[in-house]
Write a protein that binds this ligand. Structure first.
Ligand code: SAH
Ligand code: SF4
Length: 383
């Protein structure tokens, strides 16, 4: 396969073009086009000579996904794109918009790092895609570029924050994830500072320790979902390979090395991990750690018995954790009308024949009328 020049750093592009007999500044121009200017292809790089553009098109490529579905929440504050790469792999990218009156607007782009996931978490739609591949750094950057264009179209000044919380396990694809962060950070790229980037992991302990040694100020979020070892093993079989105390030690190591407080993500699932006894276990796990808790009311996955807790249950859980002195935030529920949880849109989209074959998903037998209407709308948009 031809090399994807959107995955190349500026230094690599300079030497790539020098090998073609071009001066160094051409490499820097090409980097700016592929990154900051988000050129869709070589032909669009009008500051490069036409002969060079033709030569590049013949021997290299530039990852550029097609948008095959585009959903905007009714409140116009959450958007989701289903993107298809050249080989037909599909991933989701979500955009969350926060308009602010005093300070700068915020637009957070949630990117995928793989087109499925091997970790098999019981509550996650992405885990249902068993055939998948790692994304390249250029394919991750291209998602941020698509988010940036969408944010601008919706009246914002572009993407300000990036979270690796879409499809896939970022630390199962660490090289390309690290490379994509370096590309996003670059002053000639999208200039997204490491402090405005967060990587979410299901808790791959050795990789968390390696990430602590990257020497970057990237935020780390660890999906815990239960501080009870047996329950966590059932919920997250792939991640529970490591013991909870090993996971905690890796999180503390990350805090110590980077000076950044780690966030612990906890999806509250009705009747599964939302009792006061679960809250007490979480408190015991985190006491004295300075780790922050982010509570996410579960996005329902009825076919797997996953439902959001009642508001009163959620409030009681949060109260118990807070009263024990643990800092906690509840993630606002956004985009439920556009299948905002990772993997849900790809699974739901009517044209995803590959996904249907993999999950064996039946059509809407279990849908409520509201869901069925939404599904029909989604289908129309996918077509
Ligand atoms: N693989 C990484 C990042 C992608 S998932 C990880 O697991 O952290 C991003 C977040 O969405 C994780 O915290 C994950 O546990 C959560 N998530 C997945 N399915 C969910 C669901 N149905 N409801 C709520 N959160 C969910
Ligand atoms: Fe993979 Fe994360 Fe989904 Fe678990 S929650 S299956 S690790 S994407």
């Amino acid at each position: 396969m031809k090399p994807d020049l959107r995955s190349f750093t500026a230094v690599e592009l300079v030497s790539y073009l020098q090998e073609m007999g071009q001066p160094a500044y051409r490499g820097r121009q090409l980097f700016r086009q592929a990154q900051a200017l988000a050129a869709p292809d070589f032909a669009a790089m009008s500051d490069l000579p036409r002969s060079l553009r033709e030569q590049l098109a013949a021997q290299a490529r530039l990852s550029q996904p097609q948008i095959c579905a585009r959903h905007l929440s009714a409140a116009r504050d959450t958007a989701k794109l289903l993107l298809e790469f050249e080989d037909g792999e599909r991933v989701e990218m979500a955009l969350m918009l926060y308009a602010r009156e005093q300070s700068r607007d915020r637009a957070t782009c949630c990117v995928s790092s793989q087109s499925g996931c091997a970790m098999g978490c019981a509550f996650c739609a992405t885990g249902m895609f068993r055939q998948f591949r790692n994304l390249s750094a250029g394919e991750i950057v291209a998602q941020v570029q698509a988010g940036d264009a969408l944010a601008r179209e919706l009246g914002f000044s572009g993407v300000t924050n990036v979270v690796y919380m879409g499809m896939g396990e970022p630390l199962a694809n660490p090289q390309q994830v690290l490379r994509s962060i370096e590309l996003l950070n670059d002053a000639q790229g999208m200039r997204i500072g490491a402090r405005r980037i967060t990587v979410s992991t299901c808790g791959l302990v050795p990789q968390i320790r390696k990430m602590a040694d990257w020497g970057l100020q990237v935020g780390l979020a660890v999906s815990l979902h239960s501080a009870d070892a047996e329950k966590r093993r059932r919920l997250m079989p792939g991640a529970a390979h490591w013991k909870l105390d090993e996971l905690l030690a890796a999180m503390l190591y990350y805090q110590e090395r980077t000076g950044r407080r780690v966030t612990c993500e906890y999806a509250l699932i009705a009747g599964v991990n939302d009792s006061l006894s679960d809250a007490r276990k979480l408190v015991r796990f985190l006491t004295g750690s300075r780790i922050l808790v982010n509570i996410i009311p579960a996005n329902a996955l009825p076919e797997r018995g996953i439902h959001a807790p009642a508001a009163a249950q959620c409030a009681a859980f949060c109260r118990a954790v807070r009263e024990a002195g643990i800092e906690l935030a509840v993630r606002e529920l956004r985009g439920a009308d556009i299948e905002a949880a990772c993997g849900q849109l790809r699974k739901r989209c009517g044209t995803d024949r590959k996904a249907k074959a993999e999950t064996g998903e039946k059509t809407a037998a279990a849908d409520t009328p509201e869901k069925a209407r939404q599904r029909e709308e989604n289908k129309a948009e996918c077509e």
